[in-house]
Design a protein around this ligand. Structure first.
Ligand code: UD1
Length: 417
């Protein structure tokens, strides 16, 4: 099994390019299932999750070809609206096939995703919404079976602005009869891109990027091409490294998607310069303590909460990190403490007393973003760090060690038992 090794304590310098966004490409691939014809999706990141989604799309009957960063999906041959457990259990985003397949076939069978490293992640909002649109939903042997002769547009008030539920409702409602309104919709840039992609496929959607999305059903969608937006979470991960390790520039990103992150980095003492598509960060001389709340967009993303903690463990003083999206997403705390950090957890708030130095240690990845925080801490720590179970990191980062190497880090991958 691969491990990542880091000989830490070195300054970073230079620049890297940011890849296309994982959380945009997965629902966009699912959207391509709605229509016949070839959709060309460019700037597709080579991630484990992308390959898992391709395997799932092929089981469903789509034809996919992936070369360089161009993915072609032909939805003409889609004929098997079923998503099996062995794929869905490895990637919750597989649940995104629910909406497009019920839209196209009036029938879909998808395994329930089950729990995650950071606790139960229910899908009740997805299911309640589909029921409201007229689907009949049953649970059989761990599978959700949804059937509908016809979906009929309705007003859906989401209890929480769930990213996944908003995506699934959009994909189901675009060809429903009449008008669907999603109140309290997710406003994340990735969902905004899904709306825009569906519009380019012929959908009639208003309010993209706002918390009220209005979908007027159309009879049919056609295939369309799209370039995936930059990954703001990958960018935020490198910004977190820059905040403690050296002046670096990140290219090919959209600073407008990172406003809350940039503001917070400035508050703790980092200098930030932006252009239309780049950010340069200079580290803080002394990291000021800061109380962070991870929230839904445009708030600070929960997907950067762990990486932010990797900065705050080196702050001069005491800080707090509260996660308002996932109350349970803290598996990185015991691992960060192995570097000598001082973090205690109470409910969904971590209390951090900053330390002056970190020491390299063997640590274990527990989920995509937790792994990224361990790499940042390892880069800052004196001595060697060994990160195991890095298949988690490969789900969401394109060869992270190569990008850090470009910035001067001593980091490498080894195949070790
Ligand atoms: C997406 C992202 C993930 C990110 C998360 C929050 C993708 C592929 N994944 O996940 O990286 O961390 O948004 O920004 O885009 N909830 C329910 N019932 C539901 C659905 C969600 O209670 O039916 C709760 C969840 O438990 C969680 C909150 O709502 O507490 C947010 O979840 P959601 O926005 O749905 O996250 P995902 O779409 O799964």
């Amino acid at each position: 099994m691969d491990k990542i090794f880091i000989d830490g304590g070195k300054q970073l310098a230079g620049s890297v390019d940011i890849s296309g966004a994982k959380n945009a490409v997965l629902p966009i691939m699912a959207s391509a299932l709605i229509a016949n014809g070839k959709s060309v999706i460019s700037r597709v990141p080579k991630l484990r999750d992308t390959y898992t989604m391709i395997r799932l799309m092929e089981i469903i009957g789509a034809k996919c070809s992936f070369k360089d960063d161009i993915l072609t999906v032909d939805g003409t041959s889609v004929n098997n609206p079923e998503a099996p457990y062995d794929l869905v259990k490895t990637m919750r985003a597989s649940f995104y096939v629910l909406g497009p397949l019920i839209a196209r076939f009036g029938y879909v069978k998808v395994s329930l995703p089950g729990g995650c490293a950071w606790g139960p992640r229910p899908v009740d909002l997805h299911l309640k919404a589909l029921e409201k649109l007229g689907a009949k939903i049953t649970l059989k042997s761990g599978y959700i079976i949804a059937k509908a002769d016809k979906l009929i547009g309705k007003t859906i008030d989401l209890d929480f602005p769930s990213v996944g539920a908003t995506g699934n409702i959009l994909m189901a409602a675009v060809t429903a009869e009449g008008t669907t309104i999603i109140n309290n919709a997710a406003r994340e840039p990735e969902i905004d891109q899904v709306c825009k992609y569906l519009i380019s496929m012929g959908a009639n959607i208003k309010g993209s990027g706002s918390s009220k999305i209005i979908i007027h059903g159309v009879e049919k969608l056609h295939s369309a091409n799209v370039e995936i937006i930059p990954d703001r979470i990958e960018a935020g991960t490198f910004l977190a490294a820059g905040a403690i390790l050296g002046k670096i520039t990140l290219n090919k990103l959209n600073p407008k998607h990172l406003v809350s992150v940039i503001n917070n980095l400035q508050e703790i003492g980092c200098e930030i310069e932006t252009t239309q598509d780049s950010i340069t960060i200079s580290p803080a001389d002394i990291i000021k303590p800061f109380d962070l709340k991870a929230e839904v967009y445009p708030g600070f993303p929960t997907d950067l909460q762990a990486q932010w903690m990797a900065i705050m463990i080196l702050a001069k003083g005491s800080s707090k990190v509260t996660d308002m999206v996932y109350y349970d997403r803290f598996s990185h705390i015991p691992e960060l403490n192995r570097f000598g950090a001082n973090i205690r957890l109470n409910k969904n708030t971590a209390y951090i007393d900053g330390v002056k130095i970190l020491k390299g240690a063997p640590v274990m990845s527990t989920d995509i973003r937790a792994s990224a925080s361990l790499i940042i801490a390892g880069l800052a720590a004196e001595g060697v760090t060994e990160v195991s179970r890095i298949y988690h990191i490969d789900r969401g980062y394109e060869k992270i060690e190569n990008k850090f190497k470009l910035l001067g880090a001593e980091i490498w991958r080894e195949n070790k038992l």
